[in-house]
Design a protein around this ligand. Structure first.
Ligand code: GLC
Length: 425
């Protein structure tokens, strides 16, 4: 009898849990820990306003790991998460795989005007096969943070060329090392992951290179790219102004914390780092400036275009509620708060002319010029395959395992075989 009762209880519990899962809307969210915490609070506010219960599924900081987690769930047609954030580079793949719910109907019914958003972003990223399948949560661009106080002390203006950055770094590093042996001139993202590709594309484009030409042909193996990659390696091995763990460990958060501790003169990162550098407990509070990334002599100042978009899963069991949350997150009110509190740059234009924003975001002008110069990564459904190849070979060149020209030759060959594989499909 007891056994039957026990079995009954277990069954009841399972049914109860099953129902509970059904009741909840699930969103997958990642990023720096402070960003996820902020979103958690924001979503709590959404729950209080709407009475819709939300489960926040925490994802890691690394974009590649976030993607892998989602791909597993979506390939299996799982109902959760109902909605999720996507790196700009995954959107074509997710759309081509049929994993995203078209949003046109919801947008029409809610009376949302797409003309409030940057049309380049919406039409270039969020529309696939004529259908709207995502909307931007924020746009990103690479930029240079510098220590205002140190540049002033040594009589320098923020560097406009990479050559100047090297010169200033060497001088300041030599002087500061006398009391702080851990000090380096320049920190950036060199670990084997997507961030390395973003950094490489900036150096390469600033040299006049790039990985795909205007006809969509692969151009990884070309002299401008080799020069850019050699320069990246020189920053570590020849000039000694970037730490040796650049190619083993340095991702966004490692780089930010290094600079924030006061151990670097320059940092390449995304806009999110600004707010954190200015936090009360930040040792570099009030000492940081923001500028365009330098260019090579006679080259261009460029940023890689990044950013995160939100979409609803095709397999979601709570699509209507998912839309309510999506709509909340992209609303003018919330987008403004995300900009003011997290430094996330809205994909909608109206926020930028808001008087409070103009007053509170002194770096808005720099940010605007960064987005004007931002270059997208190739929009391909198999972009992540190409990126994985690049990540491997770029990283081998940084570590000294391979010469830059050999690394790019091999990357070109492997990437070509991926191209032909997909073209045949
Ligand atoms: C940032 C960008 C994203 C990019 C990633 C690389 O999150 O927004 O687009 O792929 O960094 O680490």
């Amino acid at each position: 009898m007891n056994k039957i009762l026990g079995l009954f209880l277990v069954l009841a519990l399972l049914i109860f849990q099953g129902c509970k899962k059904e009741e909840r809307l699930t969103i997958a969210v990642g990023g720096a820990p402070s960003e996820v915490e902020y979103l958690e609070k924001l979503i709590g506010e959404f729950e209080r306003r709407t009475g819709i219960h939300v489960v926040l599924r925490r994802q890691p900081t690394d974009t590649d790991q976030r993607r892998q987690e989602l791909v597993i769930a979506l390939k299996a047609g799982e109902r959760d998460p109902d909605l999720f954030l996507m790196d700009v580079i995954w959107v074509p793949q997710f759309a081509a795989s049929g994993w995203l719910e078209p949003l046109d109907g919801y947008v029409r019914e809610s009376g949302i005007s797409l003309s409030d958003f940057f049309s380049g972003v919406v039409e270039g990223v969020d529309r696939y096969d004529g259908k709207l399948i995502a909307l931007p949560l924020y746009v990103d661009g690479g930029l240079l943070y510098y220590r205002k106080d140190l540049l002033e002390r040594y009589g320098y203006a923020p560097p406009s060329t990479w050559e100047e950055l090297v010169k200033q770094s060497k001088k300041v590093q030599r002087a500061i090392r006398k009391r702080n042996p851990s000090f380096y001139g320049f920190v950036w993202q060199g670990a084997q992951y997507e961030g390395l590709v973003c950094n490489f594309l900036e150096f390469a484009a600033s040299r006049g290179g790039g990985i795909v030409d205007s006809l969509g042909r692969l151009t990884i193996d070309r002299p401008e790219n080799t020069e850019a990659l050699r320069f990246m390696r020189d920053l570590i091995a020849r000039y000694g102004i970037s730490p040796p763990n650049t190619y083993t460990e340095m991702k966004e958060e490692e780089v930010r914390l290094f600079f924030q501790r006061g151990d670097a003169l320059f940092e390449r990162n995304w806009p999110y780092a600004w707010k954190l550098h200015q936090a009360e407990d930040s040792p570099v509070k009030g000492k940081v400036g923001m500028a365009l990334l330098p260019s090579f002599k006679d080259g261009r100042h460029v940023s890689t275009l990044g950013g995160w978009h939100i979409g609803i899963s095709r397999f979601a069991d709570r699509k209507k509620e998912a839309w309510e949350l999506l709509r909340f997150l992209i609303s003018e009110e919330i987008q403004k708060r995300l900009l003011l509190d997290l430094g996330w740059n809205p994909g909608r234009r109206d926020v930028y002319s808001d008087p409070e924003v103009l007053k509170e975001v002194p770096q808005a002008e720099v940010l605007q010029s960064i987005f004007e110069r931002a270059i997208p990564r190739p929009v391909l459904p198999f972009y992540t395959r190409i990126s994985e190849i690049l990540q491997k070979y770029l990283n081998s060149a940084l570590s000294g395992d391979m010469e830059p020209d050999e690394a790019l030759k091999k990357a070109q060959k492997e990437a070509e075989s991926v191209f032909s594989l997909y073209e045949k499909k």
